[in-house]
Design a protein. Structure first.
Length: 240
């Protein structure tokens, strides 16, 4: 993969002064926001002039999936009532099931097929570097980048290793929240299943695309609407 062409990020709504020029210095010309309408409305991106923003709401058909839960949980009050509500919603293994379902949605939900297709075509046509982001930068964006890597022929083990790099960033960002949640009586395993990524999540999405479309090429063409020219352009854009 070519360096400096495709970046994966968390939300860009809280950029500090000086970060905008840094994005320009990196050659970023296009940003693809995969968040829901509610997420975008509450915390819109702050981008420097000249950067094109494309909103691709991949979970429009299921706006309360596991991928959206990260931001909600991060803003939760750590009082007994809130803890009890979170435990009831995602405790006892339900969080992991929710995340597996979300990744299957990535491979079959109509809004996901439309949105991810929009992103892949957009990356091929970007004038400079592209940023793909959601709220935490690990699920929706992790899937989008993984699909592009697979489309370029990157070994599956390397795709998974790159995807799992999210866990260090999530530990840095949400580690204290996880500890606070556990100390307050929350189901820490349930919260960890939502905050962190697992190879099984990516596998669930890949298995779903194979079941629905036969193979990656079928997913790219029949699912995301890319033709042979689009796929060739994507590979030309991203491969060294």
């Amino acid at each position: 993969m070519r360096a400096g062409i495709l970046f994966r990020s968390s939300r860009l709504s809280g950029l500090r002064d000086g970060v905008g020029p840094a994005l320009v210095a990196l050659g970023v010309t296009d940003v693809f926001d995969l968040r829901t309408a509610a997420e975008v409305a509450s915390r819109p991106d702050r981008l420097p002039p000249g950067v094109t923003l494309t909103v691709a709401n991949v979970l429009a058909d299921r706006p309360h999936g596991g991928a959206v839960a990260v931001g909600t949980l991060a803003r939760s009050r750590m009082d007994p009532e809130a803890i009890e509500a979170v435990n009831a919603a995602v405790g006892g293994g339900r969080a992991r099931d929710l995340m597996l379902e979300t990744y299957r949605d990535f491979a079959g939900l109509p809004s996901a097929l439309h949105g991810f297709g929009q992103v892949l075509r957009g990356v091929t046509r970007a004038n400079g570097a592209s940023i793909v982001h959601c709220t935490a930068g690990k699920d929706r964006s992790g899937w989008a980048v993984a699909v592009m890597q697979l489309a370029c022929g990157v070994r599956t083990d390397d795709v998974v290793a790159d995807y799992l790099l999210s866990n260090q960033a999530m530990s840095d960002a949400y580690g204290p929240l996880l500890e606070q949640f556990a100390d307050a009586g929350g189901d820490a395993d349930a919260l960890a299943s939502i905050l962190y990524v697992e190879p099984d999540y990516l596998d669930a999405g890949v298995s779903a695309l194979h079941s629905a479309f036969g193979d990656l090429e079928g997913y790219l063409e029949a699912g995301l609407g890319l033709d042979a020219v689009d796929v060739a352009l994507l590979r030309d854009r991203l491969l060294a």
